[in-house]
Design a protein. Structure first.
Length: 146
C-alpha cells in the first residue's frame, strides 16, 4: 500500500464513529460486509471494514478500481443501490457482481466538507436484500467530516 492510502486508513481509523456506522449499515441492510473505501481515479483502498461474510478484505487492502462499481460512483457522485443483481436490468450483465460474488450492493459517495470526493461507504452480500427503500437510504450517510 502506498503512503498516501496508508494515511487515509489511519485518518479514517481515528474517526471513532466509523465502526458504528459500518455496523449500522450492516444491521439496517441485512448485509454482511461494509467498508469505507478511498477511491481515486486509479485506485480503490479499504480504510475501514466490517466483514461478517469472509469476503477477505482488510483495512489497507486494495482492489483494482476498474473492477469496482465505486469507480462509477466516483464519476457520477450518486449512490448505487442493487437489491438483487440477477433481477436488475442495469447491473445483471455487469462484470463486478460476478467477479466478487455479490447479489446485493449499496454504495454512497463520501464527500468531504470542502466538496471533494473521498470515496464510498459501500456494502455487499452474496444474498439479495431489500435495499431500495426510503428507510434504508436515509440510514446510509453520504458524508464524513473532513
Amino acid at each position: 500500500m502506498s503512503e498516501d492510502f496508508q494515511q487515509d486508513v489511519e485518518t479514517v481509523g481515528r474517526i471513532e464513529t466509523v465502526p458504528t456506522i459500518l455496523e449500522v449499515v450492516c444491521r439496517t441492510t441485512g448485509m454482511g460486509f461494509a467498508a469505507v473505501a478511498r477511491v481515486t481515479e486509479d485506485r480503490w483502498g479499504a480504510c475501514s471494514v466490517l466483514d461478517e461474510i469472509d469476503f477477505g478484505l482488510k483495512p489497507g487492502g486494495e482492489l483494482k478500481v476498474e473492477t469496482t462499481i465505486c469507480q462509477e460512483i466516483r464519476q457520477s457522485r450518486t449512490p448505487v443501490v442493487i437489491d438483487n443483481v440477477a433481477e436488475d436490468d442495469l447491473w445483471c450483465t455487469h462484470a463486478t457482481p460476478a467477479m466478487y460474488g455479490f447479489r446485493s450492493y449499496i454504495s454512497v459517495p463520501i464527500i468531504l466538507g470542502d466538496g471533494s470526493f473521498f470515496g464510498t461507504l459501500c456494502a455487499i452480500d452474496p444474498r439479495p436484500a431489500r435495499l431500495n427503500t426510503p428507510e434504508t437510504i436515509r440510514h446510509v450517510p453520504p458524508f464524513l467530516p473532513s
